[in-house]
Design a protein around this ligand. Structure first.
Ligand code: TYM
Length: 328
């Protein structure tokens, strides 16, 4: 059995991009592997967070994990901050990380661009992410395309650790879907769909109402011409909408092209909106049930117990290898 670990930040609302690129694969992997899925609150605070909002978003993301189909009896669902080993191994790996490699991270470059007060946490974010993964000896890490570079750094840090201190850490592999790993913005297909975009029309949140979804899709940018064709080079906007359609319905891009041949963008967008509404409807109703039941607290408690057991063992192996005097 392989180990799987992944995390999602509780910052803002989760989008259709998070679902298609990551969460859906969490659900798919849970039956065959030993899975750990966490809400990475320690990562969220690398940019300023309002305490009340952080608390609410954390619970919301944990509930969305379950609503999306993660079964807490199959996979451990927990808060990163409930397992203190993350912060501790994060520090140990920070001491092994080079300024140069951290400076090269595109997420750091994007988030720090144009700011004159850049939080140090933003800079060492990837070392903490490496700790998240390495603590569980994860073999597979399901993520969207934008996390590839962080995974590469995680592999480098694990290799560096093993080289310096002896075989201790498992080198993980990214698990990136062939289609849907990069869902783009509805207002600009050159940018990824992101919950931190100030234009709410640029993304579909998993908890958007059906009417909001219809409105956002009807206003989504389209390319010149009127043919529904998959051509990311020349028709990036329509191609992105087609991928979303394909992901929500299971149809192939070619089926979609044929179905809308000669009909123009209007008919396609109408059906796309309904396909997204239908895909999110079961998640939204399950979400409402979980939030009102209060069950998430027990799920998180349980998940943290299971996670801690594994994390503790790895951390003591690491500290031992590095030469820390054991506490008696
Ligand atoms: P985060 O919270 O930004 O995003 C969560 C997951 O969603 C994927 N994703 C997308 N996939 C396709 N299209 C999009 N437009 C899109 N937007 C986001 C992301 O690739 C990610 O898989 N650093 C991570 C959180 C993290 C983590 C970890 C992940 C912390 N520790 C350990 C894996 C393992 C992040 O910021 O994800």
């Amino acid at each position: 059995k392989q180990r799987v670990l992944s995390g999602i930040q509780p910052s803002g609302k989760l989008t259709l991009g998070n679902y298609i690129g990551a969460m859906r694969n969490f659900v798919a992997l849970q039956h065959e592997h030993e899975c750990f899925f966490m809400v990475v609150d320690l990562h969220a605070i690398t940019v300023p967070q309002e305490p009340a909002a952080l608390r609410e978003q954390s619970e919301a993301v944990a509930a969305l994990f379950v609503a999306a189909g993660i079964d807490p009896s199959q996979a451990s669902i927990f808060m990163q901050s409930h397992v203190t080993q993350h912060a501790e191994l994060g520090w140990l790996l920070t001491t092994l990380s080079y300024m140069g490699e951290l400076e090269r991270m595109t997420q750091f470059k994007d988030k720090s661009a144009g700011k004159d007060a850049i939080g140090a946490g933003l800079f060492v974010y990837p070392s903490l992410m490496a700790a998240d993964i390495l603590l569980y000896d994860a073999n597979l890490v399901p993520v969207g395309d934008d996390q590839k570079q962080h995974l590469e750094l995680t592999r480098d840090l694990a290799g560096r650790f093993n080289h310096r201190f002896g075989e201790t850490l498992t080198i993980p592999e990214p698990y990136i879907p062939k289609v849907g790993a990069r869902i783009m913005s509805l207002d600009d297909a050159s940018k990824k769909m992101s919950k931190s975009n100030p234009n709410v029309g640029s993304y579909i949140a998993l908890l958007d109402s059906p009417d909001d979804i219809r409105k956002k899709i009807s206003r989504a940018k389209t390319d010149l011409g009127r043919e529904v064709e998959y051509d990311p080079q020349n028709k990036p906007e329509i191609s992105n909408l087609m991928s979303i359609f394909a992901q929500c319905t299971g149809q192939s891009l070619e089926d979609i092209r044929q179905a809308y041949e000669g009909q123009g963008y209007g008919a396609f967008k109408k059906d796309l909106a309904e396909a997204v509404v239908a895909a999110l409807e079961p998640i939204q109703s399950k979400y409402a049930d979980i939030r009102s039941s209060g069950a998430i607290h027990d799920i998180l408690k349980d998940g943290a117990v299971r996670a801690r057991e594994v994390a503790e063992a790895t951390l003591s192996r690491v500290k031992d290898a590095m030469g820390f005097l054991p506490a008696r």
